[in-house]
Design a protein around this ligand. Sequence first.
Ligand code: HEC
Length: 190
Amino acid sequence: MSKKLVLSALLMLSAAPAIADDLSKYQEESRAIIGPFAQQLMAENKKAIKEGGPDSAIKVCKDIAPKMAGDLSRQHGIKLTRVSLKVRNPLLGTADEWEQKTLKQFEERIAKGEKPETLEAAEIVSEPAGKYFRYMKGIVLQSGCTACHGTADVIDATVKARLTAEYPHDQATGYIAGQVRGGVSIKRAL
Ligand code: HEC
């Protein structure tokens, strides 16, 4: 890059604080993206379990969810992921520092009486690489999720065998419906 270009890039960056102040705008946008995403995943999960049993629903969490997250990320110029403090797939689901902090705060907020369904957090953070809008919405475990994330007694033998084989370090079991499984996270460069 020429010196002139670097200079104009820097000048453009100096306009960033004005954008960074717009927390509520990005929060609204995040809600609008995550709402339909979460609803569609619940619906796909229900449909798959109904049509092919729990074993066939594995594709919803394994293929459909990451694909939708990738598509939405590209479409909106963000990074949308599903993360957890107790992951099944550490490659996709591991929470970064901000996400870990936020998920721990979610637990504390629930302990203080907040409803899991309403948990969200939005913040503008500065990182060495620049400013980012960060957002997280809690993922509440539904009864249709316990077939693979529930306690040992509700996971059937075929599913258990497959999960053990594919995810030897699986931590994502032992949940009951209504608990927070993790969060849908959005990160946007400002
Ligand atoms: C049929 C089994 C099955 C069901 C039912 C299921 N999941 Fe999963 N879930 C998985 C598998 C397998 C993975 C790991 C996917 C991968 O390889 O990335 C996973 C991963 C996840 C993750 C990503 C974080 C992690 O631990 O890797 C979240 C969040 C999640 N599931 C939430 C849910 C929710 C909410 C429901 C109910 C709507 C649900 N799951 C139902 C099998 C299932």
